[in-house]
Write a protein that binds this ligand. Structure first.
Ligand code: KG4
Ligand code: ZN
Length: 360
């Protein structure tokens, strides 16, 4: 059993023999869209409301009884603390009542390992995790060995997309709309800067890109999407007619292109840093991995180095519980579990490797 509640998605999934056999998910996206971002208090309350019925539905749908489960895995962080606590408390209750082992999963590692639900990951893998909260490059030697090579020093790639979306009137989270509308737009290569490439490290910084967009849009108040009925929760942005629409689509394409070019260039440098011979595959993961431009550019890079490119289906890129159940399955195979008092870890803090070895 996998349980995910680290941000604004409550999700549960069952994995058997490394394959997902069922999942239930409740997204709070419409609730938070009204506020232009996730409101932590509301997120916790919504998780608390949704989690038990989703569990009940999943178990009935899959015909599984609590005693059939081998292990209960839960995302323990990093994430919104109040949200995580709902999932972790629920998982501890399940473990206590069923007597089954419990395992707290690193949400970021789970995003990367999710690819293994669809195809075999060949380690060592170079992984790029691009989500709403993180832009991380890891060298992954096994499901238990993650070495962080680079990270964003300010906004994450998804955050840079969501903030840009807000500037042009798109509902939160804007990434998928920017992807959709950008597909019909022309890339203007030097409209925006290519951020933080003028150095020799593997870190990212997207704040300059965001500021460039803010400056441009400050002068062009005509470049805004409208929402179908003026209500952000309807999630139906409309591209204006004529020249403004064309320009907006081109802005989406150009902004995304510069993020994709930056991510790809740093991955090229990471391959050089580790050495081509030390890498057997490249994994792209996290919500922004659903982006067609990012996927396309990294695919070309991998072809150039003759490296297998592994990217999960879009539904496995964004937050889900199959990735948590699968990671739990991999860790449990290695005899690992947690005590009932293990802690949830908030954003910005390191998730400890405090498993215990329990082969029973
Ligand atoms: O991994 P995720 O679901 O949640 C976090 O752990 O953060 O990632 C959410 C992020 C948001 O910033 C969202 O705008 C972005 O992923 N996203 C996309 C696309 N779909 C989701 N960004 C670009 N293109 C997409 N198709
Ligand atoms: Zn995530």
């Amino acid at each position: 059993m996998g349980i995910e509640s680290s941000c604004d998605e409550t999700a549960l999934a069952l994995v058997r023999d490394g394959k997902c056999i069922g999942q239930t998910l409740s997204s709070q996206v419409d609730v938070h869209a009204l506020f232009g971002g996730v409101v932590p208090e509301i997120a916790s309350r919504e998780h608390g409301r949704a989690i038990a019925p989703l569990y009940d539905l999943l178990m009935r749908r899959c015909g599984v009884e609590p005693q059939d489960m081998d292990c209960i895995a839960v995302a323990r962080g990093p994430g919104l603390l109040g949200s995580l606590l709902v999932g972790v408390a629920f998982a501890k209750g399940l473990a206590l009542s069923s007597g089954k082992p419990l395992i707290g999963v690193n949400h970021l590692h789970a995003h990367i390992l999710a690819a293994g639900l669809e195809e075999k990951i060949s380690f060592p893998a170079l992984a790029l995790l691009v989500s709403g909260g993180h832009t991380h490059i890891y060298l992954v030697r096994s499901p238990l060995s993650f070495t962080l090579l680079g990270r964003s020093i300010d906004d994450a790639a998804g955050e840079a997309l969501d903030k840009f979306g807000k500037m042009i009137g798109l509902p939160y989270p804007a990434g998928k709309y920017i992807d959709f509308f950008g597909a019909s737009g022309q890339v203007v290569p030097n409209l925006f800067p290519y951020p933080y490439l003028d150095n020799d490290n593997l870190d990212f910084s997207f704040s300059g890109l965001k500021t460039a967009a803010l400056n441009l849009l400050g002068k062009r108040t005509d470049l805004r999407f409208t929402l179908q009925d003026g209500n952000a929760a309807s999630l139906a942005p409309v591209l204006p007619d004529g020249e403004a629409g064309k320009e907006l689509a081109s802005l989406c394409a150009s902004y995304t292109n510069n993020i994709a070019v930056t991510l790809t260039e740093k991955m090229r440098r990471a391959i050089g840093h580790v050495g081509r011979g030390g890498i057997n595959s490249v994994i792209l993961a996290g919500g922004v991995a659903a982006n067609s431009t990012v996927r396309g550019q990294l695919r070309v890079l991998c072809a150039e180095f003759e490296l297998p490119f592994i990217v999960p289906a879009p539904a496995l890129c964004t937050d889900n519980a199959a990735m948590i159940a699968y990671t739990g399955y991999l860790l449990r195979q290695r005899g690992l579990s947690h005590e009932l008092d293990f802690a949830a870890i908030p954003r910005g803090q390191q998730v400890p490797d405090d498993y215990r070895l329990n082969l029973s």
